[in-house]
Ligand binder design. Structure first.
Ligand code: FAD
Length: 573
């Protein structure tokens, strides 16, 4: 469209997509005095962010420094240089230079708030990697503050909630497991449950929000306080280009198509390329068989941007998919069908992962991304053959396994609903998995020797800070190595699932979208997973996507504000 566009509405800044990236851009725009409209495809805010653990990777952040765990951007720069090389240096520099201040500014001027993670090691053992001080997490949020709007917050994955709707964070899990061992844990657990039952008298789920849901709740509450209008059920359908600049966008609303003029810019934040099979084929050498991404994320941002002259970043040379290992959960009301094995079971002593040949193929205590990448890189992998987490019934009772909670003694229901396979001997279990029994027995025998010596001669499990963090600190000589043995053997099928994609729209360091000639397209920004990741397909540590989503969402809005001031100054001359 051009020239003769009939506008239905006009604002300063239009943002498409109400996840972390979009809500941040909208909030910062509003804080800077812009007249903002946020348009969301679904009837809820939150997108995949609402499902996330909510950790942000912000090197040099204030929250950890104030807690006594300082980090420096120089160390992070060294780490990223070792991990990514010279790719995307301009974005990286902007991120490291402005990240902590951007977060502090948002915290100071809104209800968004973060807590230090203190210890949360980076995922790759390279110079500059941090053990403490680099990750932050959203402060839990009281969803009751949103009143009726609470139901507009997309729920997390049902598999991550207890009692059919109660969110629990890492500390809550520790208290719940220790509820009969410590008075403090008992009181904490009682308070959690009482609050939850009180919530259910008024709301469809618990209102004590943690992790990604707390971030979404806080952003949404801050937007509401500033009266930022949100148009729901309004997907962006087309960008409107006039004289080479993006001046507005067309949205498909329940009332029909509406053309909204944006005086100072449009921010694309529709969550990335998931659920668009053509884009998967284009960017991922091995397209996902399973996805954890919110189903309304369908590549819309990149598709509309391309039609307006934008290009995808070709520089995702290390592979674009960001992965998590999942098990397929039995049908249950409110469940998504997938459980993400982030850290609760994989690294603990007494469990291994084997492929369809009965062999171990990687270090089970590595990050969820690197573990999943190892599944995909393994020659024995095919989209029809899962790998298996293998342990004893006693391990499950102690640590839990996927959706089976710790302290579960009767595993029969999980065998009957097909979640796990179980047998009294390894040979029988192998037969049920169509794995060579001799190979499986040899694998377990060898691993059990490692458990005694404390040295995993094959994959060095338990040697990195991250491995130790994910293992059992009370277990010696190696916190991640224990024998796989018990009264019965259990196997859980595991698949690599897409949690995000690193490929996306090419931007500059102010999140301005670039055209094929390497020029910024006036009036068009991208952030969140719509923007090609500055990490270039690598996964440095916890918070690899949400950190950049917030910082570049911030930078996009600040740039739009600056453009407005420049234009006003030019008009006044
Ligand atoms: C289980 C799990 C745990 C995770 N934990 C972490 C973590 O701890 N730290 C981390 O950094 N990352 C984590 N991730 C990844 C992270 O959640 C995502 O990368 C991030 O939320 C993407 O944010 P976003 O703003 O780009 O998109 P989203 O949060 O997905 O939001 C996009 C929004 O755009 C809307 N939309 C789509 N199309 C249109 C359209 N045409 N017009 C308007 N709106 C549209 C969608 O409905 C959605 O609301 C996790 C992912 C999963 C699945």
């Amino acid at each position: 469209m051009n020239g003769t566009t009939r506008w239905d509405d006009e604002v300063d800044l239009v943002v498409a997509g109400a996840g972390c990236g979009g809500m941040t851009a909208a909030l910062v725009g509003a804080l800077e005095g812009l007249d903002v409209l946020l348009c969301e495809k679904s009837d809820k805010v939150g997108g995949t962010t609402a499902r996330a653990a909510g950790t942000l990777w912000i090197p040099g952040n204030t929250q950890n420094r104030d807690a006594g765990y300082p980090d420096t951007k120089e160390a992070a720069a060294e780490y990223l240089q070792a991990l990514i090389g010279d790719h995307g240096l301009d974005l990286r520099k902007a991120y490291l230079d402005s990240g902590p201040a951007a977060i502090d500014d948002i915290v100071a001027r809104s209800d968004v708030n973060f807590l230090p993670c203190i210890k949360h090691p980076d995922y790759v053992g390279l110079p500059g990697a941090a053990v403490t001080g680099r990750a932050i997490m959203p402060e839990p949020f009281d969803g009751r503050l949103l009143g009726d709007d609470f139901e507009r917050v997309r729920p997390p994955l049902g598999e991550f909630m207890l009692l059919g709707g109660m969110m629990v964070g890492k500390m809550d899990i520790i208290h719940l497991l220790n509820r009969f061992k410590s008075r403090i844990s008992f009181m904490h657990s009682v308070k959690l449950v009482l609050r939850y039952f009180a919530d259910r008298l008024r709301f469809s789920r618990g209102t004590r929000l943690v992790m990604g849901n707390a971030l979404v709740g806080r952003l949404f509450y801050s937007l509401r306080k500033r009266n930022v209008p949100i148009m729901f059920n309004a997907p962006i359908a087309e960008l409107i280009v006039e004289d080479g600049a993006v001046t507005g966008a067309a949205f498909d609303t329940p009332e029909g198509r509406r053309n909204i003029r944006a005086r100072n810019g449009i921010v694309l934040a529709t969550g990335g390329v998931a659920h668009d099979p053509r884009l998967w084929e284009e960017f991922m050498p091995k397209p996902p068989t399973h996805s954890l991404v919110c189903d309304t994320v369908q590549g819309d941002g990149l598709n509309v941007a391309r039609r307006a002259g934008a290009v995808a970043d070709e520089d995702s040379h290390l592979g674009a998919g960001l992965w998590q290992p999942v098990s397929v959960t039995p049908p249950k009301k409110g469940w998504s069908g997938l459980f993400s094995h982030l850290y609760l079971d994989r690294a603990k002593p007494g469990l291994i992962a084997v492929d369809s040949t009965g062999n171990r193929f990687t270090n089970e205590a590595d990050s969820y991304h690197h573990f999943s990448q190892a599944i995909l890189d393994n020659k024995a992998w095919s989209p029809t053959k899962p790998v298996y987490l293998l342990c004893s019934a006693e391990f499950v009772e102690k640590w839990g396994l996927g959706v089976i909670y710790p302290e579960t003694r009767n595993l029969k229901p999980f065998v009957e609903n097909g979640y796990i396979r179980m047998a009294p001997t390894l040979a029988e279990l192998a037969a049920r998995l169509a794995i060579d029994p001799a190979a499986l027995e040899a694998t377990v025998r060898r691993f059990n020797e490692f458990a005694v010596s404390g040295v995993d001669a094959d994959f060095h499990r338990g040697e990195t800070e991250l491995n130790k963090f994910n293992g059992d600190p009370d277990h010696a000589p190696n916190p991640c190595l224990g024998p796989v043995e018990g009264s019965a053997y259990v196997a859980l099928p595991i698949w690599p699932a897409e949690s995000a994609c690193s490929a996306g729209i090419k931007t500059n360091a102010d999140a301005q979208v670039m055209n094929g000639k390497g020029e910024a397209i006036t009036g068009l920004y991208a952030c969140g997973n719509d923007m090609a990741s500055m990490m270039k397909g690598t996964y440095p540590g916890p918070g690899t996507t949400l950190g950049p989503a917030m910082v570049f969402g911030y930078r996009a809005a600040m740039h739009a504000k600056k453009q407005r001031m420049d234009n006003q100054r030019a008009a006044a001359v």
